[in-house]
Design a protein around this ligand. Structure first.
Ligand code: NAP
Length: 298
């Protein structure tokens, strides 16, 4: 019989992920802090839980996708948290992006009650969540990874067991170091092209398929050239992930020069009220320093 699944956190990501679990035929209980956000899934056949503890009581596996480290701590360890309803032998899967160190601490607290945990942060954005094509990086015991595989397969495409508790979160932060490194390189290159007086669209056509190409350049350079700041991933969430990288790098003694620089540049954009724009709006920080702007050719 399929394991009973609970899902906590029906935000931009969680909504699509939970809907895909329902589509795959898992019995599903959901909970969201803002309760109106549960209606859509309940209409599709999910049961509405009364609290995270209640979801855990009704489930064998509880999937969580909330914002930040303190939020995961609250829904698992808080007054009405998962830990108060979970039976020994049940499994908690955290798909939020949070601190690797806090993840290990939470896993230890759950283990004291005989409850298993996997950290399983995702990448692929709201589109990947809706389509069930997420990349999922998983940390924790191999037996629990094998147990959870059908759940992951309902939500994602590239599913990799990368190590013990916290390793999934560490790999997700590696992903974020690369994302912002690619982003600042793209912004600097476009500013240089603008200063050089070349047509930006022709520049894009000439180089995007070559050795300098990247996912970031292919998808976000056209948006920058069109001055379209709609987010695939917001500056505020990007900044949260960079804060996690800087904290972890500090603990580990690893130098992260570019990530530190980009963190400060995003801070200037947040101070200007641009936290809801896409992470490619990083170029606005360079424009401010340079005193000129990217101008689409007419
Ligand atoms: P979101 O749309 O802002 O949703 C956040 C969810 O967390 C909401 O359901 C919110 O409940 C809930 N929540 C926050 N704090 C809570 C608390 N203290 N107690 C209970 N519930 C709480 O965010 P999202 O984009 O889905 O992101 C969720 C996670 O996935 C984040 O860790 C993010 O970094 C990661 N992620 C996001 C993307 C992306 O492209 N968006 C991609 C990869 C990974 P309410 O509805 O009550 O506010």
């Amino acid at each position: 019989m399929a394991e009973r699944i609970g899902f906590i956190g029906l935000g931009i990501m969680g909504r699509g992920m939970a809907a895909n679990l329902l589509k795959a035929g898992f019995p599903l209980t959901v909970w969201n802090r803002t309760t109106t956000r549960m209606q859509e899934l309940v209409a599709e056949g999910a049961h509405a839980g009364a609290s995270p503890a209640d979801v855990a009581e009704r489930s064998d596996i509880v999937v969580i996708c909330v914002s930040d480290t303190p939020d995961v701590q609250e829904v698992i360890l808080g007054e009405r948290g998962v830990i108060h309803g979970a039976r020994p032998g049940s499994l908690v899967i955290d798909c939020s992006t949070i601190s690797p160190k806090a993840t290990r601490e939470i896993a230890d607290k759950l283990a004291e009650r005989g409850v298993f945990m996997l950290d399983a942060p995702v990448s692929g954005g709201s589109e990947g969540a809706a389509k069930g094509t997420l990349s999922i990086m998983v940390g924790g015991e191999a037996e629990q990874f094998a147990r959870a595989l059908p759940v992951f397969q309902a939500m994602g495409k590239t599913i990799t067991h990368v190590g013990g508790h916290g390793a999934g979160q560490t790999v997700k932060l590696v992903n974020q170091v690369l994302v912002v490194g690619n982003c600042i390189a793209m912004c600097e290159a476009l500013m240089f092209a603008q200063a050089g007086g070349v047509d930006l669209r022709k520049t894009y056509d000439a180089i995007s398929q070559g050795a300098a190409g990247s996912w970031m350049f292919t998808h976000r350079a056209p948006q920058i050239i069109a001055r379209d700041w709609r987010p695939g991933f917001t500056i505020d969430l990007q900044q949260k992930d960079l804060r996690l990288v800087l904290e972890a790098a500090d603990e580990l003694g690893a130098p992260v020069l570019i990530t530190s620089l980009v963190f400060q540049l995003y801070r200037t954009l947040q101070a200007r009220g641009l936290g809801n724009e896409g992470n490619h709006a990083l170029i606005k920080a360079l424009e401010h320093l340079a005193g000129f702007q990217i101008e689409p050719a007419s």
